[in-house]
Design a protein around this ligand. Structure first.
Ligand code: GLV
Ligand code: MN
Length: 196
């Protein structure tokens, strides 16, 4: 989904912060080495000891600068038993993933509010069309691992629990009580779970 590159590569110069472009400016080619094109960040198991029991590790232009202008990226998502990668969407990318380990319920909802889901095991793939809200839940007895690929160097993630209940500043309670048809104490209770 990202724009096509205009050169072989454009390893991101993340320190060139004084100018702003759609992506990052390129590091001078004379300073690029082979190491720029390899990234071992997805080899590390993510820490799932948090309220959701899951952890997303990003291999995108921010962590792997050689992806700059190339229009792709990958995530590693680790799950504790019962862990959930909460409902979220990616504004800039379609996602396709493959389960590496475990048993994972993968679901998404269309703009017409149709829910599609399936329980997947190792080797099985899924696709989440760009922008649609989706989640994964580990429904197996052990841990689970998925590797996801995106057609953007920086897909972005709108994580609904945080977007709705943990923004800065907060969405006013009266907006949320009306939107979700609940009492203010319910909104306050949800917000309190995410305050650090
Ligand atoms: C999974 O949905 C992910 O975005 O990594
Ligand atoms: Mn996703």
């Amino acid at each position: 989904a990202d724009p096509d590159p205009l050169q072989d590569f454009c390893v991101a110069d993340q320190s060139a912060s004084s100018i702003s472009v759609n992506g990052f400016p390129c590091k001078p080619a004379s300073e690029v080495t082979s190491d720029d094109f390899f990234f071992d960040g997805l080899s590390k198991v993510g820490d799932t000891s948090n309220i959701f029991g899951s952890n997303v590790t990003g291999g995108n232009v921010l962590t792997f600068p050689a992806l700059n202008t190339l229009g792709i990226s990958m995530n590693r998502v680790d799950f504790a038993p019962g862990g959930v990668n909460p409902p979220h969407s990616h504004p800039r990318a379609t996602e396709s993933g493959v389960v590496i380990e475990g048993k994972l319920l993968v679901g998404f909802v269309t703009t017409g509010n149709v829910y599609h889901s399936k329980v997947l095991t190792a080797g099985q793939m899924f696709v989440i069309p760009r922008g649609l809200v989706h989640f994964q839940k580990n429904v197996g007895v052990g841990k689970a691992l998925v590797i996801a690929a995106f057609n953007s160097q920086l897909p972005g993630a709108v994580v609904l629990p945080f977007t709705l209940f943990a923004s800065t500043p907060s969405i006013p309670d009266d907006v949320l009580t009306r939107a979700f048809q609940v009492e203010e104490k319910v909104v306050e209770s949800i917000k309190s779970k995410f305050s650090s």
